[in-house]
Design a protein around this ligand. Structure first.
Ligand code: AMP
Length: 418
């Protein structure tokens, strides 16, 4: 038997309805904020990701699914969504059509990570990007969207962690300072961190290794390197979040895994999750549009993992239920079978969800199945009903059974209001 690839998962019918709930909640929610959906291809030129995410990041250095196609082109299944959205923004000149572009998306991503609970090799994200505003209102809007969406879905115990990593100028000074601090510990660091020391020392702050965490505890903080403009931007973001009643904590060592961020970075975690507790990450990236060949355009965005969101929602099943089929139609005799099919169609046209039996089973076994599937109504048609133009309507909750004249059936079912 051929099995699915390690780190990928089928989403089966007992789960797909939960995905649909999230998807439709997201579309409604984003519409309230005036965001428009964008969809980009599943794969892009590899260069798009190496240039934007950064050569020294985990994603680019070891996690991308890349290949050279039959035409010799280097391609990659998308490991994140901001770069493709920025590429589309530039390519289609969206910036010239409107001063501010508010975009959102939902998509599958691919990273060759070590699979574990909440971490897969194909996973799904939704996210939003706003292009064209360098002002703190845009940062606050993006943060509020992600935070409030989780709240709307009923996820409690959210922690929003916030930082400003400043502009590129201030990061250059900070990098040097961080190197000076780390130098005496260099031989104690892992090989990965030693490489990062050379190429991108900020990434060492992201370490998950306990003794490295101890070392960086006393590392200099980036906030003392922020320029006056960076500082006032950050101050305004914080005060807008306070005004919007969005609680946050500051972590001056949170740099996040992608290189393109400038100024605001943030993460939302939930203690309903295990080790992989990050629901969402985002931040400002004022240079990325330029880096990828567009006109200088400030931007800010976030991306959130749908699998993680579903894990966090697992304890919330009361708010989240699949809608069962409402009506089963059961034909008890051969002659009733086509009548059942036609009636099912008529009821569907009226907006009911209806199933008929495809296995020609007995009434008893069908009623048992209807009960198991939380069906509300069974409509039963036998010889007497055919002869009298009636149907039996059985309320599966109360067990009550009523004879109804067929041309009064829709009225009767509508009045039941189930
Ligand atoms: P990132 O694109 O790395 O900033 O991640 C944003 C969000 O995507 C994270 O907070 C997670 O919720 C989710 N995520 C990232 N990587 C994975 C993965 N391998 N499997 C499942 N979810 C992921």
């Amino acid at each position: 038997m051929i099995r699915s690839v390690k780190g990928t998962h089928d989403i089966l019918p007992d789960q797909t309805w939960r995905w649909r709930k999230i998807e439709s909640a997201l579309h409604n929610f984003m519409q309230k904020y005036g965001y428009q959906e964008i969809r980009t291809p599943a794969f892009e030129k590899t260069e798009l990701f190496t240039r934007s995410i950064g050569e020294t990041t985990d994603i680019v250095s070891k996690e991308m699914y890349s290949w050279t196609d039959q035409g010799g082109e280097n391609l990659t299944l998308k490991p994140e969504l901001t770069a493709p959205v920025v590429r589309a923004f530039i390519q289609h000149n969206l910036g010239s059509q409107s001063a501010v572009n508010r975009l959102y998306y939902m998509d599958a991503l691919f990273r060759r990570e070590r699979p574990q609970k909440g971490r897969t090799r194909q996973f799904h994200q939704f996210g939003a990007e706003v292009f064209g505003s360098a002002h703190p209102e845009a940062d606050a809007e993006i943060i509020a969207i992600s935070y409030n969406f989780f709240k709307t879905l009923g996820i409690d115990n959210l922690t929003l962690t916030l930082n400003s990593i400043g502009s590129e100028e201030c990061r250059q000074n900070y990098r040097n300072e961080l190197r000076s601090y780390l130098k005496p510990f260099l031989s104690d660091l892992t090989e990965t961190s030693q490489n990062r020391f050379k190429n991108n020392p900020l990434r060492i702050l992201d370490t998950k290794i306990k003794y490295e965490k101890e070392i960086i505890k006393n590392a200099p903080d980036i906030d003392s390197f922020l320029t006056a403009d960076d500082k006032s931007h950050f101050k305004e973001v914080k005060s807008l979040l306070n005004a919007l009643s969005i609680p946050f904590t500051i972590d001056t060592q949170m740099v996040r895994g992608l290189d393109y961020y400038t100024r605001t970075t943030y993460e939302i975690t939930s203690n309903a999750l295990g080790a992989q507790d990050a629901l969402c990450g985002g931040g400002r990236y004022d240079k990325l549009v330029e880096t990828l060949g567009g006109k200088p355009t400030p931007a800010v965005g976030f991306a959130a993992g749908i699998e993680r969101l579903l894990l966090a929602l697992e304890s919330k099943t009361s708010n989240f239920n699949d809608e069962p089929i409402q009506i089963y139609i059961v034909g008890m005799v051969e002659d009733a079978r086509s009548v059942c099919q036609v009636l099912a169609q008529e009821l569907r046209d009226q907006g009911f969800s209806v199933a008929t039996d495809l296995l020609q089973r007995s009434l008893k076994s069908l009623l048992r199945e209807a009960n198991r599937n939380n069906v509300k109504i069974a409509i039963i048609i036998g010889d007497d009903e055919l002869a009298n133009n009636t149907v039996q309507v059985k309320n599966m909750e109360t067990g009550e059974q009523t004879t109804i004249i067929i041309n009064k059936l829709i009225e009767y079912l509508t009045d039941l209001d189930f």
